[in-house]
Design a protein around this ligand. Structure first.
Ligand SMILES: [Zn+2]
Length: 115
């Protein structure tokens, strides 16, 4: 490939990266905005019993993990890439998700912060 062609290709790649960076910056701004909004909403609930909220969150998380385990045992993928499709045999990604969920649940029950 000629040097001129290679430079042209590199310029195209650079343009794609710049476009993607602009998109990521936009998404980051949207997420920061949403985060600020959620922080404001949380401050509204500052008078609410926080331990009750945490307890409710744990129950919801546990029941969602149980639902995923049930789906997996019924033969469906619960991993991100194949979610909902029929699984033929074991899937390492699904197993990984279940094990990660169990680890998170143990950390929660021991009062350790999540990652
Ligand atoms: Zn899977």
């Amino acid at each position: 490939m000629k040097l001129n062609d290679r430079l042209h290709n590199m310029a195209n790649v650079l343009q794609l990266l710049q476009d993607e960076l602009a998109q990521i910056k936009l998404e980051a701004a949207v997420l920061e905005n949403e985060n600020d909004m959620l922080k404001n909403q949380i401050s509204v609930y500052s008078g609410v019993d926080i331990s009750q909220l945490v307890d409710n969150g744990s129950k919801i998380r546990l029941s969602s993990r149980e639902n995923l385990e049930k789906l997996y045992k019924e033969g469906f993928h619960i991993c991100h890439s194949l979610f909902g499709s029929f699984a033929e045999g074991e899937c390492l990604f699904c197993r990984g998700m279940l094990e990660q969920g169990a680890t998170d649940q143990e950390a929660l029950s021991q009062g350790q912060p999540e990652q």
